[in-house]
Ligand binder design. Structure first.
Ligand code: OOG
Ligand code: MG
Length: 271
């Protein structure tokens, strides 16, 4: 890896510190406008800092693969972020809200990569390397005040990635992913509804996008990697209590958000 430029290192440090201190960065970030390449370099530097603390890469996530998400956040380009083991919670496990600034939750379709994939190989067939698919939950937590960002800023912030939860894996060829309802529930109430077709028409259509982005950025997808295809619905503010996603025929996944601090929640509101 080339040494990041000072502005990239500074941006990565600021965002990393914001996450660890659970304190958002103001919208007027102290660095000049980053272009998309600098933003991905910042993301790489941010992830390198997490790896230096002992976390390990476990996969990649796509963002803005559905109209619902693009419209909600005012951006219109598919982006990629990186997942570490420190971000994963067990199915049915807890999400510590006190470690998060203004968390939102969204339902995901997750893929399991069964063999090493060389994204630099022009003939690579990512779909053929997939061995599993599962329902997932992603907890996003922008490190920017008010969840306000433009495309380079959200890329630099590792696409708002905070936590994720995976349901049981199913064999890919056993599951129909074509226009299947996706339901997000919080405390047993439906809070968002969509369909797998909202994800670029079909969740598998995200794969060429991931290959193209991963190739350009020199990302790796070793055997065992997880891929989050992107939310089919808008993200919803996460409050304390149970949250689950259900995709009939694929399965469901659940987590419980907990908080020690009483009183009104931060600015997780806005949808
Ligand atoms: C960025 C994350 C987008 C998705 O599934 O589209 C994303 C954000 O909305 O803050 O994870
Ligand atoms: Mg997502």
């Amino acid at each position: 890896m080339t040494t990041p430029s000072p502005v990239v290192s500074q941006a990565a440090e600021l965002l990393d510190t914001a996450q660890q201190a659970v304190t958002p960065v103001g919208t007027a970030t102290p660095w000049p406008d980053l272009d998309l390449d600098e933003a991905y370099a910042t993301q790489a530097a941010l992830i390198a800092r997490r790896h230096a603390r002992g976390e390990h890469g476990v996969g990649l996530k796509l963002g803005f693969t559905s109209e619902a998400k693009m419209r909600q956040m005012g951006v219109d380009e598919v982006i990629v972020g990186q997942l570490t083991d420190g971000m994963q919670a067990a199915d049915g496990g807890t999400i510590d809200m006190d470690a998060l600034i203004h968390p939102r939750v969204e339902p995901e379709v997750a893929f399991l990569v069964g063999a090493d994939v060389d994204l630099a190989d022009p003939d690579v067939d990512l779909e053929a390397a997939l061995t599993g698919v599962a329902a997932g939950l992603e907890i996003i937590d922008s490190r920017y005040d008010g969840f306000r960002f433009d495309l380079p800023r959200v890329v630099a912030d590792n696409t708002s990635a905070a936590m994720f939860v995976l349901g049981p894996w199913r064999a890919l060829d056993e599951v129909d992913l074509d226009d299947v309802p996706v339901t997000l529930r919080a405390r047993d109430e439906v809070v968002a509804e969509g369909t797998t077709a909202a994800i670029l028409g079909h969740p598998l259509r995200t794969l060429p996008r991931l290959v193209a982005l991963g190739r350009r950025l020199g990302l790796r997808l070793p055997a065992g990697s997880v891929v989050l295809a992107g939310a089919a619905t808008e993200a919803v503010a996460l409050g304390p209590g149970a949250v689950s996603a259900e995709i009939p025929g694929l399965g469901s996944v659940r987590a419980v958000a907990v908080s020690d601090s009483a009183g009104p929640l931060g600015d997780g509101g806005g949808r």
